[in-house]
Design a protein around this ligand. Structure first.
Ligand SMILES: Cc1ncc(COP(=O)(O)O)c(C=O)c1O
Length: 358
């Protein structure tokens, strides 16, 4: 136990009270609706956080990279969904090995992606459980909804693969102009996926997973009747982007970068010792800033690698002062660090490792 003010800067902090509240609230909302919660592990990449999410009732975790899958398998997390594309010989070999260890489902969206996995799984004598990814508006991975019946049938017919259901990432919600249209788009995406799943059941497929996933959509898409699980990730920390999208307020933001003012040579424009390498270069689309400064009237204007440029019109900050910045994107920020400090109020309670950074 030591004071936050004595930490070397920059440092990544997680506020334990806020973390615990975020974990409990999301778990309660999903439990209340009878929907499974499968948080995305990429936001924290931290076993201490994952354990809290599982302890609050999460049915398993979502991963985006082989490193995350391997890390959580080694930690004994029994139910993992790799929500990316297992394409290319190294990833195919990895999946076959990880499925043999148990508890992994992957996502696929084409015959081209599925065929090599089918061949490798058959040769190894394993059956790879998979969900078919569907584009409900984000237009990244995923078959178009109209192609779901045919693609599902052709992938399900491949040896070594077992169709479990459907998955979407409703990332397009972030482009909605206001919260009501965002919520409506979330409900539409969830309902569409559930309807497509019903169609597959009617065609004779045994579907047990209908999986939506995002933090902006976490109050809408998972609660469409027929959706079985949601995969929000960012909610565990929230961030400045989620404030902008109406998912949270600044009081919910658990992840901050502690930085120190190192120069005020130009009046009203303090320089701090945290820039892109402390927060990643993810920006708020329109504002172009690199986070919110948790100090009234002070804003983040720009960043170089290890320098942050603040605007402090009142001239309140002096050399040596500490500031705490809520990053735009919690997941990108986490990935810049090998550890973070768990703090309660002004006291550091623990130092936690950040794992599987790539
Ligand atoms: C496939 C997938 N599922 C779930 C999530 C979690 O979404 P969010 O970061 O909005 O919580 C992401 C995030 O990018 C994702 O790519």
């Amino acid at each position: 136990m030591s004071p936050v003010a004595e930490l070397p800067t920059p440092a990544l902090l997680v506020d334990l009270d806020r973390l615990e509240r975020n974990v409990a609230r999301m778990a309660a909302a999903f439990r209340g609706a009878g929907v499974g919660l499968r948080p995305h592990a990429k936001t924290s990449k931290c076993l201490e956080v994952v354990r809290r999410q599982l302890g609050a009732g999460a049915l398993g975790m979502t991963c985006s990279t082989p490193a995350e899958v391997a890390w959580l398998q080694a930690a004994g997390v029994p139910d993992l969904l790799w929500a990316h594309a297992p394409v290319g010989p190294p990833k195919v070999a990895f999946v076959v090995d990880a499925v043999r260890k148990g508890g992994l489902t992957v996502a696929l969206d084409s015959l081209e992606a599925a065929a090599p996995l089918s061949a490798a799984a058959s040769a190894a004598g394993v059956e790879v459980p998979f969900v078919l990814e569907v584009n409900t508006g984000h237009a990244r991975l995923g078959v178009e909804p109209g192609h779901v019946p045919a693609t599902a049938a052709s992938l399900a017919a491949l040896p070594g693969l077992r169709l479990r259901g459907l998955l979407t990432h409703e990332g397009h919600l972030a482009a909605m102009p206001d919260r009501p249209s965002l919520e409506a788009a979330g409900r539409t995406a969830g309902a569409l996926l559930a309807r497509l799943a019903d169609g597959l059941r009617a065609a004779g497929h045994a579907i047990d997973v209908v999986s939506v996933g995002s933090t902006p959509g976490a109050t809408s898409a998972p609660f469409a009747p027929g959706v079985t699980e949601g995969r929000p990730g960012t909610y565990v920390y929230y961030d400045a982007n989620q404030i902008r999208l109406g998912s949270c307020t600044i009081e919910d933001c658990a992840l901050t970068v502690l930085a120190r003012v190192v120069s005020v040579q130009r009046a009203g424009r303090p320089i701090i010792d945290a820039g892109i390498k402390a927060m990643s270069s993810d920006t708020i689309a329109a504002a172009g800033s690199v986070g919110l400064v948790g100090t009234p009237d002070v804003t983040f204007a720009d960043a170089n690698e290890e320098h942050g440029f603040l605007l402090d019109p009142g001239g309140r900050l002096a050399v040596g002062d500490l500031v705490r910045i809520v990053p735009n994107h919690a997941c990108g920020t986490t990935n810049m660090w090998s550890h973070l400090y768990a703090v309660r109020g002004d006291t550091v309670e623990a130092r936690w490792e950040i794992s599987a950074r790539y």
